[in-house]
Write a protein that binds this ligand. Structure first.
Ligand code: NAD
Ligand code: UD1
Length: 337
């Protein structure tokens, strides 16, 4: 299938590009480089062994996007492009609504014009808000606790409406839990600009000596060791979830929601210990106050993806940490950006 990946040069998009290309799909990347660099495209060529067509553009540029869809005879789109930092979304909500919501509207218009009706959307477990029960299944009520989450909810509702029209859209909404790790080659991974907000990249930089210690945001939650619990999922497993969703959409029209998680939660201290093992480095930490807006614990009920998509996460926490460390070591050795 000819598949366009908006935001395909980013963290999850680049890993998905590898999985799709290795399965024989024709992959086209579309990205404005607001949070990625051309270097990733060269490294993708090294991993895949051939060049991937690439269009530099913004998803809000409907004419450019329509042209790309037509030129490359695109049959399906995976929509990764967007802004994703929760704290930043509180400070700059307009930028988030513009990029994420207007970006999605522009994409739908372009797809409508170009006649491509199959879409996989990157959503987030953040749309479940405060847990009313755990694990989160897809029927759990949704609510947003910050502007980033609200953009995801707005887009989901919009896509659901579009899928209900008579135009035979095929839309899969994938709610990611906490993606971590990197490709086994050590050539692509996540490299946040500045000081990382998320746990795993922060821990990796402490292990490499770039940051002195981790601050553990709260050790008084009602969890086994008092620290926050999350469902971490290896980014390559996550990437394979997109392949499964695209296969499913060949047979099914309409709107379909799937959690992509492992179903297993790990605490901050369990992550610290696993990363110490993988890196063979100490991870000094201090207990700090809770981070505003954080939840004590949440994890996925992944059964729907298993039964309907025939997909499940396979990689262990040790593999998540080991691949992350391999990537971090490469970043430390070279001036990769
Ligand atoms: P990322 O920032 O690494 O990748 C996003 C890519 O989109 C970047 O390459 C960026 O340059 C590009 N982009 C942003 N705005 C664009 C625009 N207007 N036009 C064209 N390109 C644009 O992020 P990621 O971690 O790969 O996340 C991908 C998607 O998954 C996002 O929609 C994010 O909200 C969602 N998601 C991510 C996580 C996570 O923890 N990484 C969790 C849940 C959901
Ligand atoms: C964050 C986002 C969420 C997004 C998810 C994707 C926030 C508030 N939420 O969730 O919307 O969908 O990433 O991966 O940013 N921690 C520390 N010290 C640190 C960093 C984190 O103790 O320096 C703890 C947190 O308190 C939490 C756990 O580590 O318990 C995971 O944090 P993080 O990686 O930021 O992910 P989420 O909070 O789950």
């Amino acid at each position: 299938m000819n598949i366009l990946l908006t935001g395909g040069v980013g963290y999850i998009g680049s890993h998905t590009a590898v999985v799709l290309a290795e399965t024989g799909h024709e992959v086209v990347l579309y990205d404005n480089f607001s949070n990625s660099s051309t270097d990733v495209i060269h490294r993708l060529t090294t991993i895949i062994g051939s060049d991937l067509p690439f269009v530099q553009g913004d998803v809000r540029d409907t004419a450019r996007l329509t042209h790309a869809l037509r030129t490359h005879h695109i049959e399906a789109v995976v929509h990764f492009a967007g802004l994703k930092a929760v704290g930043e979304s509180v400070i700059q909500p307009i930028a988030y609504y513009d990029n994420n919501v207007n970006g999605a509207i522009s994409l739908l218009q372009a797809m409508q014009t170009a006649g491509a009706r199959t879409l996989v959307f990157s959503s987030s477990a953040t749309v479940y808000g405060d847990p009313q029960y755990l694990p989160f299944d897809e029927a759990h009520p949704t609510s947003a606790i910050n502007p980033y989450g609200r953009t995801k909810l707005h887009i989901e509702q919009m896509l659901c409406d579009v899928a209900r029209t008579a135009d035979h859209w095929r839309i899969a909404c994938l709610r990611y839990f906490n993606p971590v790790g990197a490709h086994e080659s050590g050539l692509i991974g996540e490299n946040p600009k500045g000081i990382p907000n998320n746990l795993m990249p922060y821990v990796a930089r402490v292990a490499s000596g770039q940051l002195p210690h981790l601050e553990v945001f709260g050790a008084d939650y009602s969890t086994a060791d008092g620290t926050g619990v999350r469902d971490y999922i290896h980014v390559v497993d996550l990437a394979k979830g997109h392949l499964a969703a695209l296969d499913f959409l060949r047979k099914e029209i309409g709107w379909h929601v799937f959690n992509l998680g492992t179903g297993r939660g790990y605490s901050v201290l369990e992550i610290v210990r696993a990363f110490e093992l993988a890196s063979n480095r100490p991870i000094p930490y201090r207990v700090a106050p809770r981070r505003m807006g954080d939840l004590a614990a949440y994890y996925a009920e992944p059964n729907r993806a298993k039964t309907v998509l025939n997909w499940q996460a396979e990689r262990t926490l040790q593999e998540m940490c080991a691949s992350m460390w391999r990537w971090q070591e490469r970043l430390s050795r070279t001036a990769v950006d």
